[in-house]
Structure formats: structure tokens, C-alpha cells
Design a protein around this ligand. Structure first.
Ligand code: 13P
Length: 253
């Protein structure tokens, strides 16, 4: 389903209403119309997915969701399943974002279940991993992230790996304005890649690995030039049409 192109994904988090979504995408779409050679997607809140799907129809920008429940249907009040998202035209779904791990009780176990639920419905899970600042300072960042990757993906069939995206989002870089350095990013991307290939061998090369954490128009070009980076997950800057369009139009010379 994925084609290996870089992915630029905007995570709106808990921002915007449906009418604001329609207006925003009306502003964004002309700005990214000429951008080719990369996949672009936006992840609005659930309540805005229908409006966003309508606004994006016929465009090159894909629809993403911010979470999914692990069962397909049943007595799970308040939950949204992968088939429901699929029917709305959703293509990608963020799974295991650190804000959900922190505030909504997400664990490596629920992340794994959600990855499998997404794959069953032909959605592309975007699995978020990343260490706390304390882990980085104490030299445990690689171990923490390797463990998250392993536990999220261990039940994945090798044939599904081309439909998996992993996003490395160091928690200390999210919403702080402290982007990780290109060498930190390249280093952790190599760790993630080696963990995936240790478990799955050659087919692991099909997994796309993104970076997220204070990505802005000022930092995107150097981030995309870092070895191993195959796209970005953008929070705050994805809420500003001009900034997100500039990020989507990154240049690596
Ligand atoms: P910021 O770009 O606002 O740091 O957020 C990153 C993020 O959490 C994307 O999922």
C-alpha cells in the first residue's frame, strides 16, 4: 500500500472543529498542489474526519486519524474502530503517541493490538516511539526505543511491513522548540532500523521511519537530509497552512 516515498504527516492533536477544518484545508490545498515526490497527510480529531475527507477529495493529501481501538466492533463505549476509519477514507492512523501513553493509559501491549487492528483494515499504522529526557541523559535512550519498536511490531507478518511507519518522537522534543540534532536523529533512526532488521531481516527495510518533535520550516530541510529520515510527524507547525506547506515542500540539496 505504501510506496516508500517520504511521508509528511500533520498531527493536529486536539485542535479544530469541522468548520475550521474545512476552512483550513481550503487554505492549505492550493499551497501544496505542486508538491510531488512525497506523501502528505493530515490527522485531524475524529470529529473532523468527515469534513476533512470531503475537503481532501480529489487532492493528493491523504487522511489520517490520531488513534484507533483494537477491536473491530462491540460494546466499547466511546471507542472508534479501524473499519470505521477505513470507511471514512482514512489511510494512516497514528498509534502509541507519547501523549496517549502519558494521558490515556496507552501501553506497548495496546499499541501492538492497535497495529494489528489497523493492518486488518488496510490502514497504515504510524507507530510512535521515543524516550523521556531522563532516559537520554542516563544513556538508556537506545534501549528504551528498541524495546518499544520490538513490542509494537513483534506480531507483524513480514508481508505487512511495507504498510508500517515508525515515527521517532523524543518526548523532550515534542512541543518544546528543542528539535533533536541531525546526528541524534540519524543515530536513533539507525538504531530503529537495526532493531527492525534484527527481528525481520530483509523485509524490515520496507518500514518507513519518520522523525517528530518541534519540526518547523526552519529545521525541516536539515532534518530530511539526516541519514535514514523518511519523513516527519509535525505537531504545532501543521496547524499553520504556510508552515505546513513549506515543510511539505522540503528541499534536500
Ligand atoms: P510538535 O511538532 O508540536 O513538537 O509535536 C510533535 C508531535 O507530537 C507530532 O506527533
Amino acid at each position: 500500500m505504501t510506496d516508500g516515498r517520504p511521508l509528511i504527516l500533520g498531527n493536529w492533536k486536539m485542535h479544530r472543529t469541522p468548520s475550521e477544518t474545512t476552512a483550513f484545508l481550503g487554505d492549505l490545498l492550493p499551497r501544496v498542489q505542486g508538491v510531488t515526490g512525497r506523501d502528505i497527510a493530515v490527522a485531524p480529531p475524529y470529529t473532523c474526519l468527515a469534513a476533512a475527507g470531503e475537503a481532501l477529495r480529489g487532492s493528493a493529501v491523504s487522511l489520517a486519524a490520531q488513534d484507533v481501538f483494537w477491536e473491530d466492533q462491540g460494546a466499547y463505549t466511546g471507542a472508534i474502530s479501524a473499519p470505521m476509519l477505513q470507511d471514512l477514507g482514512v489511510r494512516y492512523v497514528i498509534v502509541g503517541h507519547s501523549e496517549r501513553r502519558q494521558h490515556q493509559g496507552e501501553t506497548d501491549h495496546t499499541v501492538r493490538l492497535k497495529v494489528q487492528a489497523a493492518l486488518r483494515a488496510d490502514l497504515v499504522p504510524v507507530v510512535c516511539v521515543g524516550e523521556q529526557e531522563t532516559a537520554r541523559v542516563s544513556g538508556r535512550a537506545d534501549t528504551v526505543v528498541r524495546g518499544q519498536v520490538l513490542r509494537a511490531l513483534e506480531e507483524t507478518a513480514p508481508g505487512d511491513l511495507r504498510n508500517i511507519v515508525v515515527a521517532y518522537e523524543p518526548i523532550w522534543a515534542i512541543g518544546t522548540g528543542r528539535t533533536a540534532t541531525p546526528s541524534d536523529i540519524a543515530g536513533m533512526h539507525a538504531v530503529i532500523r537495526s532493531e527492525i532488521e534484527r527481528v525481520f531481516g530483509g523485509p524490515g527495510a520496507a518500514v518507513r521511519v519518520l522523525y517528530g518533535g518541534s519540526v518547523t520550516p526552519a529545521t525541516i530541510d536539515v532534518i530530511m537530509a539526516a541519514p535514514g529520515v523518511q519523513g516527519v510527524l509535525v505537531g504545532g507547525a501543521s496547524l499553520r497552512a504556510a508552515d505546513f506547506a513549506r515543510i511539505a515542500a522540503y528541499r534536500v540539496d
